[in-house]
Design a binder for this molecule. Structure first.
Ligand code: FES
Length: 85
């Protein structure tokens, strides 16, 4: 089974690396590993990955910049670096 690495920046000197199945949904992979892309009340009030609410946003590092993306709309086909908001 092919895997990719999702590097999660949690703070200035705190990062975790998750190995996930290639093609995994980022939101699902984060939640299965005990991380949440949600803040505050959106932990309960969200669209459960349907791509409608926008509350699952994470910052994705691409091309030396951080881009805000909905984690439920990302499939992990390559290694990723993200920052939880
Ligand atoms: S969970 Fe609602 S947009 Fe991702």
């Amino acid at each position: 089974m092919a895997e990719v690495t999702v590097k999660i920046w949690l703070g200035p000197s705190n990062q975790k690396a998750l190995r996930v199945r290639k093609g995994s949904n980022l939101r699902s992979a984060l939640m299965e590993a005990g991380f949440s892309p949600y803040q505050g009340r959106f932990r309960q009030l969200n669209c459960k990955g349907l791509g409608l609410c926008g509350s699952c946003k994470v910052l994705v590092a691409e091309e030396s910049q951080l881009w805000e993306r909905r984690s439920c709309q990302i499939q992990c086909f390559n290694d990723l670096e993200i920052k939880l908001q």
